[in-house]
Ligand binder design. Structure first.
Ligand SMILES: *[C@@H]1O[C@H](CO)[C@@H](O)[C@H](O)[C@H]1NC(C)=O
Length: 237
């Protein structure tokens, strides 16, 4: 059989072909006037929401920012962690380490779900694959450069421990987005979902984006308040 024969066999019955590919086929009958709705429905059909691994991943996505905001605000209010560890720096390093572990666990739980659930044939394209790879490069650049710009304590909520930066960091990547760590990490997850042609990966990435947006609305004003207090204190000294 030459290439043309194989292509002919592949095209003989497109409907059957896509059903054979995976459970997420069936777009051959697509009515393009209802494209958005149909795509959303197709997407939701491909996802098993009752999968316990999916629930674990969703919990991890919600829990992580909640955890570090609650702990860091408690520290800011009571200084209990600094006292427990005998130093604000040590306490911040420990919290940072726990946050890293939690985020590794979140990434792992998301990867498990993406691998175990169906792929989506709409995403099985070279362009989508390269877009995913580009997003991962972009996300990694944002995450690494913001870590280098902020340092460990600046990245891991040092200001809540009283470890303040001398100046607001305004250089790259903070001249592109105010929260490069969060959007970089979201870009990485979106990239992974696209590379894996994973519909459930897209849904989990959307959760990450929503949770980070909410976290930003809590963290932004609080951090500004911490720095405003410092200016206030230094004026009185
Ligand atoms: C951000 O800063 C970098 C390095 O300082 C610079 O090369 C880049 O053009 C800046 N980007 C924007 C959008 O200002």
């Amino acid at each position: 059989m030459n290439d043309r024969d194989i292509a002919a066999v592949g095209n003989k019955n497109p409907e059957e072909h896509s059903v054979l590919l995976d459970c997420c086929g069936g777009l051959n009958n697509l009515d393009y006037s209802k494209m958005d709705l149909t795509l959303m429905q197709e997407l939701m059909k491909c996802i098993n929401l009752r999968d316990s691994n999916f629930c674990i991943a969703v919990l991890a996505i919600f829990f992580n920012p909640l955890f570090w905001n609650v702990v860091a605000r408690w520290e800011h209010r009571t200084r209990r962690l600094s006292r427990l560890f005998g130093s604000a720096y040590l306490a911040c390093y420990c919290l940072g380490f726990v946050i890293i572990l939690l985020n590794v666990y979140r990434s792992h739980s998301m990867t498990v779900v993406m691998k175990s659930q169906a792929r989506w044939d709409v995403l099985e394209r070279t362009e989508v694959f390269y877009a995913g790879a580009a997003l991962i490069v972009l996300g990694t650049v944002l995450v690494v450069s913001s870590f280098l710009a902020l340092g460990f304590t600046g990245t891991f909520l040092g200001d809540y421990f009283g470890i303040l930066m001398d100046d607001k960091v305004t250089g790259f990547p903070f001249n592109i987005t105010d929260n490069p760590m969060y959007w970089g990490s979201t870009a990485n997850y979106l990239g992974l979902a696209l590379i894996g042609a994973s519909p459930v990966g897209l849904v989990l990435t959307a959760f990450v984006a929503v949770v980070y947006s909410v976290a930003i609305t809590f963290e932004g004003p609080f951090t500004e308040q911490i720095y405003a207090e410092r200016i206030h204190h230094s004026k009185h000294e």
